[in-house]
Design a protein around this ligand. Structure first.
Ligand code: NAD
Ligand code: IPM
Ligand code: MN
Length: 357
């Protein structure tokens, strides 16, 4: 099995290094794991002048799975969009047609007090946010900033074809079927034509899944419901922009954005696995970032791309046991627990894996 390791920028390399240790420990002498590292984001710009160097794309495309850290840095604000670190990630998702982004928000019972919300609100939270990743305002044309009558005008286009909506809707219904059988589609059909089409197509696809309970919410109400009564959600399916925002909000139900993993899939088994958080320049290079979102992304990698569900379970059990043993990075720390750094948390997960044979 070949894994492309793209650590990226900021805390990306720090948290990815912990995942790499975990994957090596899991593979050990059970299966062959070949890992090849390549630069992306600001690191790509520094190494090869572009955020997604052709060599990096090649390595990623020829691997069985991609382990990604995070991107973002000083060139974030460049007027030339194609040179910005985030553009590297967007191009990777688009070029490899990774359109289905699974962002599970699950509260570990040990972290019930770490959320900024009251324990009785977040208790039992276990939802899957399914974000469409290849369309929407992110990729629609026309786009750009131009001058009209001496004034700058900014344009982005919200665009979805019915085929793009249908394929993510199918993934949503199939995901719900394997869980609690509930799918909530989030749109803005009351205002936007694109989202009216979204709702129509989701309803059409829904006729093929009479066993799944389908509901609809507008994005504004969905954001409110996520905070008011998050337990009502099983699977949420939504577009690229709304999914980006809702998943960061959902992170706080689990205690911290440092806990939220993700998997981006296409039609085959190649997937891209990354924490939902960014490069966190405010805490980079201090060995304090939470590596568990990355480690849990590695568990998803084992499950979704390498077809190793038992090993995925083992990684998740190891995370659970270090939390039960009281290990906490600063973002999820509470009095009475043991504050550890990034590396120490990674080492604790590896040690827990070795105890659980
Ligand atoms: P961010 O997710 O990097 O950080 C938001 C806040 O969460 C910060 O206070 C940060 O310290 C904290 N945080 C994030 N990850 C953490 C972790 N693992 N442990 C503890 N605390 C953590 O979002 P931002 O500040 O809006 O963006 C910073 C840069 O990251 C920008 O350049 C942005 O474009 C980029 N970004 C990249 C990705 C990605 O690579 N997938 C995702 C989001 C943002
Ligand atoms: C994410 C990030 C990216 C996105 C950025 C860095 C391009 O916020 O993965 O959630 O907007 O998709
Ligand atoms: Mn985001």
């Amino acid at each position: 099995m070949k894994i492309a390791v793209l650590p990226g920028d900021g805390i990306g390399p720090e948290v990815t290094a912990q995942s790499v240790k975990v994957l090596r420990a899991i593979a050990s002498n059970r299966f062959e794991l070949e890992m090849q590292e390549a630069p992306i984001g600001q690191a790509g710009v520094d190494a090869a002048g572009v955020p997604l160097p052709p060599e990096t794309l090649k390595i990623a495309g020829q691997s069985d799975a991609i382990l990604f850290g995070s991107v973002g840095g000083p060139t974030d604000e460049l007027p030339d969009r194609s040179k910005r670190p985030g553009a590297g990630l967007l191009k990777l998702r688009k070029t490899l047609s990774l359109y289905a982004n699974f962002r599970p928000a699950v509260l570990f019972p040990e972290l019930i007090g770490a959320s900024t919300l009251r324990p009785e609100i977040v208790e039992g939270v276990d939802m899957m946010i399914l974000r469409e990743l290849n369309g929407d305002l992110y990729f629609g044309e026309p786009r750009g900033v131009h001058v009209e009558d001496g004034k700058r005008i900014g344009i982005n286009t919200m665009r979805y074809s019915e085929d793009e909506i249908a394929r993510i809707a199918h993934v949503g219904f199939q995901t719900a079927r394997k869980r609690r059988g509930k799918l909530c589609s989030v749109d803005k059909a009351n205002v936007l034509e694109t989202m009216q089409l979204w709702r129509e197509v989701v309803m059409e696809v829904g006729r093929e899944y009479p066993d799944v309970e389908l509901s609809h919410l507008y994005i504004d109400a969905a954001a409110m419901m996520l905070i008011r009564n998050p337990r009502q959600f099983d699977v949420i399916v939504t577009g690229n922009v709304f999914g980006d925002i809702l998943s960061d909000a959902a992170a706080m139900l689990t205690g911290s954005i440092g806990m939220l993993p993700s998997a981006s899939m296409g039609e085959g088994t190649l997937g891209l696995f990354e924490p939902v958080h960014g490069s966190a320049p405010d805490i980079a290079d201090q060995d304090i970032a939470n590596p568990l979102a990355s480690i849990l992304s590695s568990a998803m990698l084992l499950r979704y791309s390498l077809n190793r569900p038992d090993e995925a379970d083992r990684v998740e059990r190891a995370v659970r046991s270090v939390l039960a043993a009281g290990y906490r990075t600063a973002d999820i720390y509470q009095p009475g627990t043991r504050k550890v750094g990034t590396t120490e948390m990674g080492d604790a997960v590896v040690a827990a894996l070795e105890h659980d044979v």
